[in-house]
Design a protein around this ligand. Structure first.
Ligand SMILES: Cc1cc2nc3c(=O)[nH]c(=O)nc-3n(C[C@H](O)[C@H](O)[C@H](O)COP(=O)(O)OP(=O)(O)OC[C@H]3O[C@@H](n4cnc5c(N)ncnc54)[C@H](O)[C@@H]3O)c2cc1C
Length: 407
């Protein structure tokens, strides 16, 4: 951390030393931990602020697809609870069919453990962690800010922390996102139950997930097995809370799991950014859920958080070195370009997939269960050997079919 002289008040005798961090990261989920890691590895002073005590629970299926695995810091060992090589698909409980693969499709983790391990990696790289630290707001002008190269991060208890650059990774209800002016154009509600089950039930699910295309447009449900616990969840557009709750209850009932008491039942909103939404303001960058970066169709967000977090950490380093507002803006815009060129393209295809899926879930179900190339594409995407964007780009037939359907 750089210690710099700053004048407190008007009295020159009151001059005192103020600590200024190169990068302050708000939120220690996958996005924040990645940002902190990237900035710390670059040799900068990094403070990671997290409102919860770690490990903390996060409503999430914990599905780790190839791009998530490939974005982990070097030496990171995934705390896998299961490796998935079979998927049972159903259409609102009907037309059930299981597809199998010789190789692992994706892995499943528990978020408290996974997130805490990511934070440990950031700490090992040199980042300092403060838990129980809720950020109320950031200020880039005004009395709390000693000079134009500094951002003030104000905590709930009134303490102010100073930084050359700030990364907002504080999740889908982000305060830093509000400061930046992030605009969302898709908001969904996810409901989940962590259900401990007897050994025989757990054995039946081992290595296999279930995906059910739901009754409301764009909705779906899942069963993700993790040792002796099944994570059962559903997601649908916000505003249909009662129907989403009913869907989860019916889903659990249909699966014969209603007799088991969930250890945790929770809900969480996911938000996808609008195309023209900002990713920065002044010396403040946003990433992960805070920026509305997640796949609009599947609502897969861990890989988006890891990838955007790493980029945010790298560009925050450059913003922290910027000597004036113009330079800071240039670096922040470079961050936005990097996001738009990669994750932005994937999000655009995901939005089109969601449109098609919302209108014709049966068609998608039929393709995945009865048309081998569609299943192979699903397998490639989850393994990370291809992406939705790449498939549409390199397979003209897929591109044309998508264009026809989403119009
Ligand atoms: C039901 C459901 C299931 C999902 N399943 C999957 C899945 O299987 N696979 C997948 O890839 N994605 C899944 N997602 C999406 C995924 O959970 C998110 O995209 C991912 O957690 C985003 O990570 P993040 O680091 O941006 O935010 P978060 O993980 O939400 O982390 C934000 C952190 O910021 C902290 N924080 C918040 N406010 C403040 C503050 N003011 N001050 C300090 N700290 C603060 C929070 O405590 C939290 O630790 C799912 C989402 C839902 C809702």
């Amino acid at each position: 951390m750089s210690s710099e002289k700053s004048t407190g008040g008007n009295d020159m005798d009151d001059e005192r030393t103020v600590e200024v961090w190169d990068v302050v990261v708000v939120g220690a989920g996958p996005a924040g931990a990645s940002a902190a890691y990237a900035a710390a590895v670059a040799g900068r002073s990094v403070l990671l602020l997290e409102k919860a005590e770690l490990p903390r629970y996060k409503t999430c299926g914990g599905g780790i697809i190839g791009p998530s695995r490939d974005s982990l810091p070097p030496g990171f060992e995934l705390p896998l609870k299961d490796r998935i090589n079979a998927v049972t698909f159903s259409l609102n409980g009907k037309y059930t069919r299981t597809r199998r693969s010789r190789n692992t499709l994706f892995g499943l983790i528990n978020r408290p453990e996974f997130d805490a391990q990511l934070v440990e990696h950031a700490q090992k790289a040199g980042a300092e962690l403060r838990t129980g630290a809720t950020v109320s707001r950031v200020e880039q002008h005004g009395s709390a800010v000693p000079d134009r190269r500094t951002v003030a991060v104000v905590l709930q208890d009134g303490e102010t922390v100073l930084a050359r650059s700030v990364v907002g990774a504080d999740g889908s209800a982000s305060r830093i996102g509000a400061h930046v002016g992030v605009k969302m154009d898709q908001v969904d509600l996810g409901l989940e139950a962590e259900i401990p089950v007897p050994q025989a039930v757990a054995d039946d699910w081992r290595g296999r997930v279930l995906i059910d295309w739901g009754p409301m447009p764009g909705s779906y449900g899942w069963v993700f097995p993790k040792d002796d616990t099944l994570t059962v969840g559903v997601i649908s557009a916000r505003g249909e809370g009662a129907a989403t709750k009913r869907y989860l209850e019916d889903f659990i009932g249909r699966l014969g799991l209603a007799g088991f008491e969930p250890a945790i039942s929770s809900g969480h909103l996911t938000r996808c950014r609008a195309d023209d939404s900002p990713l920065s303001r002044g010396r403040v960058l946003v990433c992960g859920d805070a920026a509305g970066l997640l796949e609009p169709w599947t609502r897969e967000g861990i890989s988006f958080a890891l990838r955007s977090g790493r980029l945010a950490g790298e560009w925050a380093v450059r913003v922290s070195e910027a000597h004036d507002a113009v330079d800071a803006r240039r670096q922040a815009l470079n961050y936005a370009f990097a996001i738009k060129a990669g994750l932005g393209v994937e999000m655009a295809v995901g939005k089109r997939m969601l449109t098609v899926f919302s209108r014709k879930p049966g068609l998608l179900h039929a393709a995945l269960t009865g048309f081998r190339p569609a299943w192979n594409a699903f397998a490639k995407i989850t393994r990370g050997t291809s992406s939705l964007g790449e498939l549409v780009r390199t397979h003209p037939v897929a591109g044309r079919a998508l264009s026809r359907l989403d119009h």
